[in-house]
Design a protein around this ligand. Structure first.
Ligand code: HEM
Length: 216
């Protein structure tokens, strides 16, 4: 199949969603691992952030990360519109789909778009100040701890982590399925791994937010 035909097809879009989804899931693991250095104190986190900010491999992968995010969002919206217009033609199909599809799968587009809103807020408050500000005025550690002194900010983050958990609870196993990995002997293992993954990610990030909120 030609490349353009492949990405235009439903299977092609699902494959690209899965591939970019895997990439973003690895990013979340790396991001959380670096953030866990926050528990080691100011010096530990600033050193870990400095390593991330100066390592050439990580710097290059930031561009791939941005492209991965954009592709995931773009193909997600296209797939949603395509599926909705196909179902829209048959009322029976809509009812069947709603009755048989679990909540986390049915709401992927909504949780995804809300996570996008969170991401815009997050980049505005963390990445942009770090990239353009005079880092002698504040360190990465101070930037994080200052934000979580605000209860409204902390609550917004906690809601985002719940949405992330719902999104990942379907996205993880769905990505494997879209890649063709479905078999009665290893699908239960993938499902268990998915549960472990989304709990680890959402609880890990939530613990950081709550820790610095109560620590002040
Ligand atoms: C407690 C939770 C979180 C904290 C404290 C945190 C902290 C940070 C910090 C300090 C940066 C700037 C890194 C730098 O430029 O050196 C950053 C960047 C970023 N964060 Fe988070 N983050 C959290 C959760 C998340 C979540 C859940 C996502 C994704 C859904 C996310 C996505 C990103 C992205 C895409 C960047 C830009 C990439 C980069 O600059 O390396 N973050 N975060």
């Amino acid at each position: 199949m030609e490349q353009s035909k492949f990405t235009a097809s439903s299977i092609g879009k699902k494959f690209l969603m899965a591939a970019t989804g895997f990439f973003l899931m690895v990013f979340l693991l790396v991001h959380l691992s670096v953030n866990l250095f926050l528990f080691g104190g100011k010096q530990a986190f600033n050193e870990a952030s400095h390593f991330m900010a100066t390592n050439p491999l990580i710097q290059i992968s930031q561009y791939i990360l941005a492209a991965g995010f954009i592709a995931h969002i773009f193909f997600g919206i296209k797939l949603y519109i395509q599926n909705k217009s196909a179902r829209g033609k048959v009322t029976y199909a809509v009812n069947q789909w709603q009755a048989h599809t679990p909540f986390n799968a049915r709401t992927m587009i909504y949780t995804g778009l809300l996570i996008l809103c969170f991401l815009i807020l997050h980049l505005k408050d963390f990445t942009i100040p770090i990239k353009i500000a005079d880092t002698r005025r504040f360190t990465h550690y101070e930037l994080v701890t200052e934000h979580f002194k605000n209860p409204i900010y902390t609550v917004i983050y906690l809601i985002a982590f719940i949405l992330l958990a719902i999104h990942l609870s379907h996205g993880f196993q769905s990505a494997f399925q879209s890649m063709g990995a479905r078999h009665k002997s290893y699908t239960p293992f993938i499902e268990k791994l998915g549960v472990l993954y989304f709990w680890f990610i959402s609880l890990g990030f939530s613990t950081i937010a709550l820790w610095f909120f109560f620590k002040q």
